[in-house]
Design a protein around this ligand. Structure first.
Ligand code: GLU
Length: 486
């Protein structure tokens, strides 16, 4: 009995970090499960022994966790349909393959790799699509078993039916796979290791998966999988093949386009919220017209399969960066500051030496200028670095005629403040100091504010000084003005 509530899955092959395309697949499956009250299953497809490792699995699970997803069934959490690693299910596949052989729907093939390769070359030379020619189809089950028993090497092939297959795809509509598209394909390799197209069917069936939502790249596999469902007499799950993800040059997204792993985006200071928001728009759109920025809760609420779009999605890193900046500004301050800590530390900002409340205020002042958390140390230096020089864009300000008078008055006013009140300085007090400087120097507008800013920060642009300078403190501000005069 297929479950009445959707059961969806993400089935990564642990051959490296989680790719952004994989992250989108997790996201869409997870959203669908959450939206429908269904279940999300994680299954590790690690039968490619050469490329799969436990270390890669650990990395992928960590990336999935970093993105904020949890799963109802899967490795580590378990569940009623486990184990959830294909390498631990080999007995299941062997038994299922045995059934097909017994029913004459699959057979042992003894053709050597060399022979197959020669035939493949010959077919291609003749302009034909290479397909297995059926040499071993006629070997009786008894003979085949005897040969295998004697240790002869064999693969197991599925006996493909020659007929059209039609898929009603949730994203692409009707997809026709014409007869003869695939020949008798291997389901068990020599030594008995099963192949992806076989395991995926057994597992999706036994794990009662109702919807297979995966990347378009797998569409051509689906016909093989449909043949297997048919051979077993199993109900087909619904399939939805999500649009390709292209780079800005409209070529398939690859390392050439820059970072492609979730891990790398995390390392570069992207927020999971921004990455997910960006990814959800690659192949799906909100029912609210032109709505681009949305919380996870809104995505869960609004997600539906009928808004999946078959047209390729373009991965625009500039847009992702912009979105990330929006999230840095919008997330709760304590949360985003905490996430910035490792970046600040790495950038040499002595975060352990300052109070958290102070750090949060300082971070709040600079966050409008950040696109990624990795930008934070550079901006945070304003608060710590007393050795700053004059930035190129600020050199002209230093040459302004009002400069010396303004900075002299500033230094004097700050020193007076220190004598009377010590280091503590509020935004209002700094505002009054600026008024005093204005009166004393006769400068106004840009002629007043730019020299103050450049003297105290070395920069021509940056956060509001009424926020910035109280965080620096009156003493250091006075020293900065003094130094600027030198
Ligand atoms: N292991 C396959 C992959 O990583 C999963 C394909 C599928 O979802 O069926 O691409």
């Amino acid at each position: 009995m297929i479950s009445t509530k959707p059961r969806v899955r993400f089935a990564p092959s642990p051959t490296g970090y989680l790719h952004v395309g994989g992250a989108r697949t997790v996201l869409f499956n997870w959203l669908y499960a959450k939206n429908t009250g269904g279940q999300f299953i994680l299954r590790v497809e690690d039968t490619d022994q050469e490329r799969s490792t436990r270390e890669h699995e650990r990395m992928q699970l960590e990336d999935i966790k970093w993105l904020g997803f949890s799963y109802d069934e899967g490795p580590e959490v378990g569940g009623p349909h486990g184990p959830y690693r294909q390498s631990e299910r080999l007995d299941v596949y062997a038994k299922c393959a045995g059934e097909l052989i017994a029913n004459g729907k699959a057979y042992y093939c003894f053709c050597s790799e060399e022979t197959l390769e020669q035939k493949r070359q010959a077919a291609m030379a003749a302009g034909a699509v290479p397909q297995y020619d059926g040499t071993c189809r006629g070997i009786s089950q008894a003979d085949a078993k005897a040969r295998v028993g004697k240790g002869e090497k064999a693969v197991v092939r599925f006996l493909a039916k020659v007929k059209d297959y039609k898929l009603d795809d949730l994203v692409r509509g009707e997809v026709l796979f014409p007869a003869n598209m695939v020949g008798d394909f291997v389901i068990l390799r020599q030594g008995g290791m099963p192949v992806y197209n076989f395991c995926v069917v057994i597992d999706d069936h036994l794990m009662q998966i109702t919807h297979v939502l995966r990347a378009e790249e797998h569409l051509s596999n689906t016909v093989r999988q449909m043949m297997l469902y048919e051979a077993y007499g199993w109900e087909l799950p619904r399939f939805g093949h999500m649009s390709l993800i292209l780079g800005s040059d409209r070529q398939k997204l690859s390392k050439r386009h820059g970072a492609t792993s979730v891990h790398q985006y995390a390392e570069e200071g992207y927020l999971r919220e921004a990455l997910l928001n960006f990814l959800v728009l690659l192949g799906w759109s909100s029912p609210t017209e032109n709505k681009e920025i949305m919380t996870i809760e809104e995505m869960v609420r609004d997600f539906s399969l009928d808004r999946l779009n078959p047209a390729p999605g373009v991965f625009d890193p500039v847009k992702l960066k912009w979105m990330n900046g929006q999230y840095i500004k919008a997330l709760p301050l304590a949360d985003v500051t905490a996430r910035a800590l490792p970046f600040l530390e790495k950038g040499g900002i002595p975060v352990a030496k300052v109070e958290r409340a102070w750090l949060e205020r300082a971070f709040d002042a600079i966050r409008p200028y950040l696109e990624t958390l990795a930008d934070a140390p550079k901006h945070m230096r304003l608060f710590f670095d007393e050795t700053y020089g004059v930035e190129p864009d600020a050199v002209a300000v230093k040459a302004e005629p009002t400069y010396a008078a303004v900075v002299t008055a500033l230094r004097d006013a700050l020193k007076t403040h220190v004598s009377a009140h010590g280091d503590a300085l509020t935004g209002d007090e700094f505002g009054k100091i600026q008024d005093q400087v204005k009166t004393a120097s006769g400068a106004k507008g840009k002629g007043l504010f730019m020299p103050i800013r450049v003297a105290l920060t070395g920069h021509a642009h940056g956060p509001d000084l009424k926020i910035l300078i109280p965080l620096v403190g009156a003493k250091r501000a006075a020293a900065r003005a003094e130094k600027a005069l030198g």
